[in-house]
Design a binder for this molecule. Structure first.
Ligand SMILES: CC(=O)N[C@H]1[C@@H](OP(=O)(O)OP(=O)(O)OC[C@H]2O[C@@H](n3ccc(=O)[nH]c3=O)[C@H](O)[C@@H]2O)O[C@H](CO)[C@@H](O)[C@@H]1O
Ligand SMILES: C=C(OP(=O)(O)O)C(=O)O
Length: 430
């Protein structure tokens, strides 16, 4: 199993190109199941999760092509890929494929809308809580589907003639349920409303893609989406938005080590809450043409309290990275995780560096210390893994992060991007 070795203490200086967003690329790829015409996606990141979803889509009959580089295109630019679901040959998404990744469950929406049937294994994904699928089932039922659970599979069947429009009020904001119900509703007969919908930028990216494919959706960027079903969707070319979680991660890394890093392609409006917190903590954050610049001079950081919330709040996917940052801040920071009930697996690992973190229910209390010491640590999930890298970048001496396959799910060329800015970091194979 690969590991990462780092030696902390170097400032980060330079430029990092932010990749396309994993959490936008995945639902956009799934949207290709809604049409028999090709969907072209640009800026697709090279990630293990993208590869895994390719396998799942291929099993449904989707032809997938990765285009070569274009003249004048910079090296390392995101992939241009075509997804063509001319004929959906299988409406089952099997356990072996779906259990590895949460988002793969979302194929249930398009399959049900287009093929009127879907049999999808209950999902896996990061172990950060129980992560039920009750909102999806409720939403699809509101669109007329009949749902059974059989041997670990959700078996969904549309009424004769296909799904029908309905009113869905999500009990709690859910990104996955919003993507899935929105996609399903595009081909339903009549009008669907989704109240308390997620407003994450990835939802907007998918909604705009669906609109480009011929869907009728209004309320994009608000808590209420209205979808008027159409008979058929067509092809389109859509750009995956830059990854706001990767952006926030490198911003925290730079704030942790000090230095001056320009995050190219980053869009400040996609992570304003996190940037505000970084400024409050004492980092300098500036929106510049084409990206965001993060600087921190020799001064230490101040402790800041944060409550995790759905967008536009502070994202749960940056909670672990922020906690790493707070381990060396002056003072005591309180972090309240309100989205997932078990997303503190990194606490024990961060404490191995000599951090002082305790957890009581939803709240983690981080008492800053002036120094961390390098350690052997274990990655437990995607964002937890990268929080250990952030701690290691500032810790004295050597850190080894084990089980980094989690990192490869969601960070493209992490070591190369960090070492390009002066970090001492390498992957140890085997
Ligand atoms: C691939 C992807 O985009 N993953 C993101 C997505 O996950 P995901 O879409 O799985 O997360 P949700 O937004 O659905 O989860 C929000 C909350 O709703 C609960 N819930 C959700 C569905 C349901 O049927 N029942 C239920 O109770 C969840 O357990 C959680 O407590 O949004 C999360 C919240 O921003 C992010 O951390 C993940 O990175
Ligand atoms: C939790 C995440 O991913 P997933 O929903 O695929 O488990 C994440 O991207 O941080």
């Amino acid at each position: 199993m690969d590991r990462i070795r780092l030696v902390g203490g170097n400032e980060l200086n330079g430029e990092i190109a932010i990749s396309g967003a994993k959490n936008a690329a995945l639902p956009l790829m799934i949207a290709s199941l809604l049409t028999d015409e090709p969907l072209v996606l640009t800026n697709v990141p090279r990630l293990a999760d993208v590869k895994q979803l390719e396998r799942i889509l291929e099993n449904h009959g989707v032809d997938i092509a990765v285009h070569g580089r274009r003249r004048g295109e910079a090296e390392g630019v995101g992939q241009r890929m075509t997804f063509h679901a001319a004929d959906v040959v299988d409406t089952t998404a099997p356990y072996e494929l779906v259990s590895k990744m949460r988002a793969s469950f979302w194929v249930i929406g398009p399959l049900l809308a287009r093929e009127h049937h879907a049999r999808v294994s209950l999902p896996g994904g990061c172990a950060i809580g129980t992560r039920p699928v009750d909102f999806f089932l409720y939403g699809l039922k509101e669109l007329g589907a009949e749902i059974d659970i059989d041997g670990g599979y959700v078996v969904a069947t549309a009424p004769k003639g296909g799904l029908v429009g309905g009113h869905v009020t999500l009990p709690k904001v859910s990104v996955g349920a919003t993507h899935t119900i929105m996609m399903a509703a595009t081909l339903a007969r009549g009008i669907t409303t989704i109240e308390n919908a997620a407003m994450e930028p990835e939802i907007d990216n998918v909604a705009e893609a669906l609109i480009a494919m011929g869907a009728r959706i209004s309320g994009v960027g608000t808590r209420t989406l209205t979808i008027e079903g159409v008979e058929k969707l067509g092809g389109a070319t859509v750009e995956v938005i830059p990854d706001r979680i990767e952006t926030g991660t490198f911003a925290m890394a730079a704030a942790m080590t000090g230095g001056d890093v320009f995050l190219r392609n980053a869009r400040p409006e996609h992570l304003q809450a996190a940037l505000n917190v970084l400024s409050e903590a004492g980092a300098s954050v500036a929106a510049e043409d084409g990206g965001i610049r993060i600087k921190r001079n020799g001064n230490g950081l101040m402790a800041v309290d944060v409550e995790i919330d759905p967008f536009p709040g502070f994202p749960t996917d940056l909670q672990a990275q922020f906690m790493a940052l707070m381990t060396m801040a002056n003072g005591v920071s309180h972090i309240r995780e309100t989205i997932f009930e078990n997303r503190y697996m990194h606490v024990a690992e961060l404490n191995r560096f000599g951090a002082d973190i305790s957890v009581d229910g939803q709240v983690a209390t981080v008492t800053g210390t002036p120094t961390l010491k390098g350690a052997q640590v274990m990655a437990t999930d995607l964002r937890a893994s990268v929080s250990l890298v952030i701690a290691g970048l500032a810790a004295r001496g050597e850190t080894i992060v084990n089980r980094i396959y989690h990192l490869d799910r969601g960070f493209e060329r992490l070591e190369a991007k960090l070492s390009g800015c002066g970090a001492e970091i390498e992957r140890l194979a085997g």
